[in-house]
Design a protein around this ligand. Structure first.
Ligand SMILES: Nc1nc2c(ncn2[C@@H]2O[C@H](COP(=O)(O)OP(=O)(O)O)[C@@H](O)[C@H]2O)c(=O)[nH]1
Ligand SMILES: [Mg+2]
Length: 442
């Protein structure tokens, strides 16, 4: 996500490295590069200009005696300003109302149907809501079908009316149906066109007027950059929507839409979509996104995801085993399964400070664990619980059984030993050593 922009901003900051203090000249030079990086990322021209002007004022206004190095100071100022630009605080979604009604709007292909499913899944699992999905894209039978497939996948009821071509009626009937059947959240998926057109705008405006939703979300493909911002403007003039959903941020996006949309439309980004699967949804946090853009990683999100999947009971058992030196491959594989539950590897790696940059271009696929799992499955119970018994002939047997090589088995044993050592260390020295290691990575 935003690799190019991160790279260029990083280079821009390097201009200040080695300088003892902030001066008109070195600030101007750095900010020229920052502005160029923003424009290359497809950030709106006016936004980029205002951005660098603000940072410049703040940089020159700083007390020279600050403890921060000029480079660090600039990173901080750029980070704070990026955060502000993207909306400052995290914007929540309004779930009041019984039921709370959420209307999707946006062009065809922007990801409305996919996001409707993701949001229903999110509300169901995270907010313990009972959502109802509503198919108001009445023009293409395939679209209604698509929503039903999504609904089945996440076990959420889908409301649709065969033969009814009036989306306003369908939406109203769906809300009545929700009230009767105890659904407390109604998500309305609508039709889009390939480009802004009057019929579509009238239709969505009519639905909006008829049902007065709690939330009207504008869904937009982040990969379309400036176009995304312009479309947002048009939709906002008609609908006065409440928030933006930026989809497809997993693609190699330049980042312009994420950075400029708030300042141009003055509506917050509320959610982001980072993949086609139903769990590829994240609440948008401006500060964390700024961190990611600056290659500082998003440790907070990483920790949150870990906590969501965290099983306290399991963890206590594990601690005991580590303390007693009984940590074996069965535990290892459990750990791998926990990590896998947290999301795609690429996503996770992107959240580690510095790792995004270090691993750029390296293909991280989600099958990375497959070989490891195969090897572990080829071990006997004894070998799993007491890896030290694995000698040369056993290695050969394991390699053969798992369709890998002895080198790969060796590699895994080595990793396993390192991991065991690290776990021991964390038990003894507490989190401090871990933090030191992480800081070295930055
Ligand atoms: N990579 C990726 N693809 C997405 C995302 N959201 C939607 N898509 C894909 O974009 C295409 C259009 O999505 P769809 O929900 O049908 O758009 P709609 O026409 O607005 O309803 C589909 O192929 C989706 O799988 C996302 O966050 N990341
Ligand atoms: Mg659709």
């Amino acid at each position: 996500m935003f690799d190019n922009l991160s790279d260029k901003l990083d280079k821009a900051m390097h201009v200040l490295k080695g300088h003892g203090q902030i001066t008109e000249v070195n600030v101007a030079e750095t900010l020229k590069e920052v502005r160029r990086a923003l424009l290359d990322a497809d950030v709106n021209f006016k936004t980029a200009k205002e951005f660098t002007n603000t940072v410049k004022e703040k940089a020159l206004g700083q007390n020279v005696l600050t403890t921060l190095q000029p480079g660090q100071l600039m990173v901080k100022l750029v980070k704070d300003e990026l955060t502000q630009l993207m909306g400052g605080d995290t914007a929540g979604i309004d779930l009041s109302g019984s039921p709370s009604v959420i209307l999707m709007s946006g062009l065809q292909g922007s990801g409305k149907t996919t996001f409707s499913g993701k949001l229903a899944n999110y509300l169901k699992t995270k907010k313990t809501k009972k959502p109802l999905l509503v198919a108001c894209d009445v023009y293409r039978p395939a679209a209604i079908n698509q929503l039903h497939v999504v609904g089945e996948q996440i076990k959420v009821e889908v409301y649709s009316e065969e033969g009814n071509k009036n989306p306003v009626e369908i939406a109203q009937n769906a809300i009545a149906h929700a009230k009767q059947n105890g659904h407390n959240a109604v998500i309305i998926d609508t039709a889009g066109r390939l480009a802004i057109d009057e019929t579509m705008m009238t239709e969505i405006a009519d639905i909006h007027k008829a049902i007065t939703p709690n939330e009207t979300l504008f869904v937009v493909d982040a990969m379309t950059g400036q176009d995304a911002v312009n479309t947002a403007k048009t939709f906002n003039e008609r609908l006065d929507f409440d928030g933006v959903v930026l989809t497809k941020l997993d693609g190699d996006t330049r980042g312009g839409a994420a950075i400029s949309i708030k300042s141009v439309v003055n509506k917050p980004i509320k959610f982001i979509g980072t993949g086609e699967k139903m769990d590829a949804i994240d609440v948008f946090h401006p500060a964390r996104m700024a961190d990611r853009i600056l290659g500082m990683g998003d440790v907070v999100s990483l920790v949150e995801r870990a906590q969501e999947q965290f099983d306290e009971e399991e963890s206590r058992k594990l601690q005991k085993k580590i303390a007693k030196n009984q940590f074996g491959f069965d535990d290892f594989i459990k750990q791998i399964q926990q990590v896998k539950k947290m999301g795609s590897m690429k996503d996770l790696v992107g959240m580690i400070p510095g790792a995004g940059k270090a691993l750029k271009g390296v293909d991280i696929d989600d099958d990375a664990f497959k070989g490891i799992e195969a090897i572990i499955h080829s071990m006997t119970p004894e070998e799993r619980s007491t890896p030290s018994v694995i000698n040369g002939s056993r290695k050969k047997r394991i390699a053969k059984g798992s369709g890998t090589s002895v080198q790969e088995v060796n590699q895994l044993l080595k990793q396993f030993n390192q991991m065991s050592k690290m776990m021991k260390m964390m038990q003894g020295g507490g989190g401090r050593k871990m933090m030191q290691m992480m800081n070295k990575m930055r």
